[in-house]
Every structure is written in structure tokens, then in C-alpha cells.
Design a protein. Structure first.
Length: 458
């Protein structure tokens, strides 16, 4: 009987171990909430002082404290770690604030993040500066980019779209007011189109004018035609659309001048205000221009096409340089974007503050996107695996960067969102000739009458 009980206990133990391993692999969020979080908290609380000491993050105590310890006890005066705040568990990890000891800085903790990760058994440790002398440690319990689940509170607002998830489990928000223009690079099947879908679907529900240039005959942007105010599907149409956008920008500058009483001859570059200073009833709607496969605008075969290319590039550069104050923002996408495209490419790229680099085919492409703003991010972009589409490295001209991944949204769902929000598209008279044709929805078939099951009596 005892042997049977022992065998049953062993079987139950093996079943529990196997279930835990399966839960950790298949459902990491559930594993973290049930097993990983208590274990990591116990490790952190039990080894906090010794871990900080081993990482070189302790300092000598104040003189008054050392004298008090010697006067009251015979213990050895040991170095003190940063003072720890309350541990706050989250669905993806835990957070806690630390008050730095005198002489420490946030960079000291950031340099030891990898050691802290191994000591406390978590997936990653990130350091964020809160205020002078206080930092926040964000511990992530599992790989949140493996299966993307956006936070419930992502901070969506006008011209603010939570479009992806960062590796520290916070939302990556595309904020056009803070970063007016952006360059998105990525090879085929890297997830660039998914990023664009999430962005358009998020902007569709806002009173924003959406304009598209898709020189692949519109195969990427045509499904969203119901919400687009203008769409160009080849370089010829783009050459006609871009001057209209430049004229719209100039008209908005005239509106700002008239409101401020500025002299009509004042150059646009000297106007320091923008449309957001206008009264709401006079403020024109913001415009977001999506350019897919920007290289198609640069490639030419004849002299006539070269002249047209130079005009289009000039218009794009003007929009990038002056469009922010007029409420016109650029989202430029492509597989490569460098000086080899032709005259004006480097100048245009310099105006694109935000950078998102998906998987690329060579290191030179990653350098085009990130080399001039965050050289250390180039190696991170080159290491993106092909089996993780949507994974990218996002940075801006401030030098900061992080890994992000966009959630999956099907083309049908994004198109349905655009159809459902078509009535929200602001009316811009200048863009009416470029309004894409939207075929009417097929009418529902009338229901066939049910046959009478009763027999016919002759």
C-alpha cells in the first residue's frame, strides 16, 4: 500500500512539473501570474542587499549611521544599497522605485541590468529615470514580444496612436505632435505593412485627413480607400497630388498670418506658430501623408521622368521641412532609402525625425535608418529573425531606441474599420479630384420564401 501511495505521489509531482513547463511555454502570462511572480518576488526580497553588493551598487553608509551601529551593536558596518520602495506587481512583471545613494546615477543601474536579470530570475530589467535621485526598475517576467497583447491603457488621443508594444511591456505610441515625420524601413515580409495597417486603423477613428501615395498600383492602400481623402497609385498621379498638398500648406500659412496680423510678405520660415494656436472653429484638420515604397518615386528611366522626379522630391522636402506647423505630417515607407536613390534622398531622410527599422536584408539598410541617430541600434536591427514578422527597432533623433512589435491585424479588419469610419473623413475641397473610387457594397440577397410544407389539395 505504501508503495502505491509513493508511486501516486511521484506521478502527481511529475504531472505538476510537466504542467508547469507546458504553462510556461504555451501561456507565459498565466505562468508568470501563478508561479513566476511569487518566485521572483521572494528572490528579490531575500537577496536584494547581497545582489546590490555583488553588482557594485552599494556605498559606504553615512558617518552618523556608522557611529550609531558601532555604539549600539558590535556588528560590522556594511555598505548600504539604494533604498527600495514598494514592489508593485503587474500582468507582465513588476515595478519598484529606488532612491539612489549619494554618488550614484541611473547609468550605474542600467549597466548592471543583465546581472540583476539573472539574479532575480526575470526576462529583462529596464531602468527609467523618474526624478533626481529616484529611478524606477521595471522587471519583465517573460518575452512580451513573442505574443503581442497591447496594454489596456495605451494613451490614444488625437494624432496619438498606440501602434506597437515595446520590449519593456509599455505601448509604443506614434505621436505626430511630438515626432512629426517618420521613416519606416523593412524588407519583404518583415511586417512593414502590418505596422502601416495598425497606424491607419488607429487614425481612421480620428478627425484626420488621410492621404496615400502607393506606386504599387495601390495594392497596399486601396483596401483603405473608403477612409482616404486622396490616393495616388502611380508616379504620374503622385506628381499631380504633391503640388496640391504644397498649395494646401501655403494656404494654411496664409491663414496663420491673417490670424496673427503678420505682414503678407513674411517668409514662411519666419512664422514660428502653427495651426494649433488657431481657434478650434478656424483650425484646419491635420493631414497625414502615407508614402508606400518611396523608392518608386525616385526611380526614373528617361530624361522627362527625371525632371518629374526632381519636382516630386522637392515637394516632399518642402512638406517635410515646413509641413509640421501647417498640420501636415509624413509617414514614408520603403525597403531601402539612401543616397543611391538619387538627388534629394539624403536631404529628405534628414527631415524624418522618427525611424522604425524592421528586418532588412543587409547592414547598409539598417545604417540608412538608424546609423545617423543611434549607431548601437544597427546591430539590434540586423539580428531580427525572419520568423518574427512585425519585430522592429524604433528610434528618433534624440538617440533613444527600443525593440517593438506590432500586433496582428488582418487586412479585412483594417479595411472594415476604414469603411465604418468613412463618415469621419474631413472634407478638403482641394483633394476632391484625388478621392479614390469606392465600389458600393454588394446588396444583400433577399431571403427566399419558405415552402409550405402542407400538401396541396386539388
Amino acid at each position: 500500500m505504501t508503495d502505491l501511495v509513493t508511486v501516486a505521489e511521484l506521478g502527481g509531482a511529475f504531472a505538476a512539473i510537466g504542467g508547469t513547463a507546458y504553462l510556461k511555454h504555451a501561456h507565459p502570462a498565466a505562468y508568470w501570474s501563478t508561479v513566476g511572480l511569487p518566485v521572483s518576488v521572494a528572490r528579490l526580497v531575500g537577496s536584494y542587499s547581497s545582489t546590490m553588493d555583488a553588482c557594485g551598487l552599494t556605498v559606504e553608509p553615512p558617518r552618523w549611521r556608522a557611529l550609531a551601529v558601532r555604539a549600539t551593536t558590535r556588528r560590522e558596518v556594511r555598505p548600504v544599497p539604494p533604498r527600495r520602495g514598494i514592489i508593485r506587481p503587474t500582468s507582465t512583471g513588476l515595478r519598484m522605485r529606488l532612491r539612489l545613494a549619494p554618488g550614484q546615477e541611473p547609468a550605474d543601474l542600467a549597466a548592471s541590468a543583465e546581472r540583476l536579470r539573472h539574479a532575480w530570475g526575470v526576462h529583462a530589467v529596464y531602468v527609467r529615470d523618474i526624478k533626481p535621485g529616484v529611478v524606477e526598475l521595471r522587471l519583465v517576467g517573460f518575452d512580451v514580444l513573442r505574443k503581442v497583447r497591447m496594454p489596456r491603457r495605451a494613451g490614444a488621443d488625437l494624432l496619438r496612436v498606440p501602434v506597437a508594444l515595446r520590449e519593456d511591456a509599455t505601448a509604443f505610441v506614434r505621436d505626430y505632435r511630438a515626432v512629426p515625420h517618420e521613416l519606416v524601413l523593412g524588407a519583404t515580409l518583415s511586417g512593414k505593412s502590418m505596422y502601416l495597417r495598425n497606424l491607419i486603423a488607429g487614425l481612421a477613428a480620428q478627425p484626420v485627413v488621410l492621404v496615400g501615395i502607393d506606386c504599387k498600383r495601390g495594392v497596399e492602400l486601396s483596401p483603405f480607400a473608403a477612409r482616404l481623402s486622396a490616393l495616388a497609385t502611380d508616379p504620374e498621379q503622385a506628381a499631380e497630388l504633391l503640388p496640391v498638398l504644397v498649395k494646401e500648406m501655403e494656404d494654411r500659412y496664409d491663414l496663420i498670418k491673417a490670424r496673427q496680423g503678420t505682414a503678407p510678405g513674411t517668409p514662411d520660415e519666419l512664422i514660428t506658430s502653427d495651426i494649433w494656436g488657431l481657434p478650434e472653429e478656424e483650425r484646419p484638420s491635420p493631414v497625414v501623408l502615407f508614402v508606400d515604397e518611396v523608392a518608386e518615386l525616385f526611380l526614373v528611366a528617361t530624361r522627362k521622368e527625371e525632371e518629374r522626379r526632381d519636382e516630386m522630391v522637392t515637394h516632399l522636402i518642402r512638406l517635410a521641412q515646413l509641413g509640421r506647423a501647417a498640420g501636415i505630417y509624413l509617414e514614408v515607407c520603403g525597403q531601402r532609402f539612401g543616397a543611391e536613390l538619387g538627388k534629394g534622398a539624403t536631404m529628405l531622410r534628414a527631415q524624418l525625425t522618427g525611424r522604425v527599422c524592421h528586418r532588412v536584408n543587409d547592414e547598409a539598410s539598417a545604417k540608412m535608418a538608424l546609423g545617423d541617430i543611434a549607431p548601437e541600434a544597427v546591430s539590434a536591427a540586423c539580428s531580427i529573425p525572419a520568423e518574427r514578422p512585425g519585430l522592429a527597432v524604433a528610434g528618433d533623433t534624440s538617440g533613444g531606441w527600443s525593440r517593438i512589435r506590432t500586433p496582428h491585424i488582418s487586412l479585412a479588419d483594417a479595411a472594415a474599420t476604414c469603411r465604418g469610419t468613412a463618415h469621419l473623413a474631413p472634407d478638403v475641397a482641394a483633394l476632391s479630384p484625388f478621392k479614390p473610387y469606392v465600389p458600393p457594397a454588394p446588396a444583400a440577397k433577399p431571403a427566399e420564401p419558405l415552402s409550405d410544407p402542407r400538401p396541396v389539395v386539388e
